[in-house]
Design a protein around this ligand. Structure first.
Ligand code: GLU
Length: 300
């Protein structure tokens, strides 16, 4: 049975965030709540030994390179984040990528990360520049024409971010005459243009570039997945807030080179058998921003 509960909710109180931060303080590298999560989750799983993935060209490439090349994001707190000072990566997506690597026999220090923006994901996979991609990557039929997905491993939905003092925008039907920012090649940009009527849209490579525009007052709203927006609000609750409910279903998958069904099946089995790991990663990385959700069945 496929569970499809959409992530909702925000509004965790500052006191709650402080408590969670305090709980985390014993973990080496653990950041403040909302800053993206430390990457020290290796105690949640063991690095597999004696792995055999007959018929997976991607796995064969990893073995001969003696490393895993993973595409990720680096500016999405709680999901895919790179600490600008320490350079340490963390967040739910980054740790999912580490869990997959461990299941294939590769320790975290055998992972090479590449930060790849939304618009370039399919091409990087098609070109063989990365082995897999974990970064708020919605499963769509259009993308499946070029690549495959394992998952879904998380379900969220499109939302709107506005300035904390904005009183006009309460949902996607309040965008007449408003300027909305999103990211090139993303599903939220396409949907806001196709299905709603904003005054205008502007696009950048990353959501943090949109945040700068919102901070400067040159756009009225930023649109992307609520799980991403919740991380920005958790980091700067005095600057930003989420306006209204989600208005789509975004099912996050692991992007894979097309045709590697052996690797896809391996990852889906890992997810479906790994409920405890999933829950631990969710509680660590996403729950502190007030995100609620449950693990979907991986059936892609
Ligand atoms: N999940 C959406 C997408 O895959 C938006 C987030 C992103 O740009 O990564 O297009």
């Amino acid at each position: 049975m496929r569970k499809t509960r959409t992530l909702t909710g925000l509004g965790i109180l500052a006191a709650g965030l402080l408590a969670l931060t305090a709980c985390n303080s014993g973990t080496p590298g653990a950041p403040d709540a909302g800053s993206g999560g430390g990457s020290d989750s290796t105690q949640l799983w063991e690095v597999a030994s004696g792995v055999s993935l007959d018929g997976s060209p991607t796995y064969d490439r990893m073995v001969s390179a003696d490393k895993v090349v993973v595409g990720v994001k680096e500016d999405q707190p709680g999901l895919g984040f790179k600490d600008p000072i320490s350079g340490e990566r963390g967040g739910f997506d980054v740790e999912i990528s580490q869990w997959i690597a461990a299941s294939l026999g590769f320790d975290a220090d055998k992972i090479e990360y590449k930060t790849i923006p939304s618009a370039n994901r399919e091409q990087e996979l098609v070109n063989g520049n990365i082995d897999y991609y974990v970064g708020t990557y919605s499963i769509t039929d259009k993308r499946k024409a070029q690549i495959d997905f394992a998952g879904p491993y998380l379900i969220t939905g499109q939302g709107l971010l506005v300035a904390a003092d904005n009183e006009d925008i309460k949902g996607p039907n309040d965008l007449a005459g408003k300027i909305v920012c999103s990211v090139t090649g993303s599903t939220p940009l396409q949907r806001i243009r196709d299905e709603y009527s904003p005054g205008d849209t502007v696009e950048y490579d990353t959501y943090t570039q949109c945040l700068e525009q919102l901070r400067a007052g040159s756009v009225d709203a930023v649109t992307t997945d609520q799980a991403i927006l919740a991380g920005y609000v958790a980091q700067e609750p005095e600057a930003f807030k989420i306006a209204g409910d989600t208005f789509s279903e975004e099912r996050y998958g692991v992007g894979l080179p097309k045709g590697d069904t052996v690797l896809k099946d391996h990852i889906n089995t890992l997810f479906n058998d790994g409920g405890e790991v999933w829950t631990a990663l969710f509680e660590k990385n996403l729950a502190p921003a007030g995100i609620k959700g449950e693990q979907p069945t991986a059936d892609e």
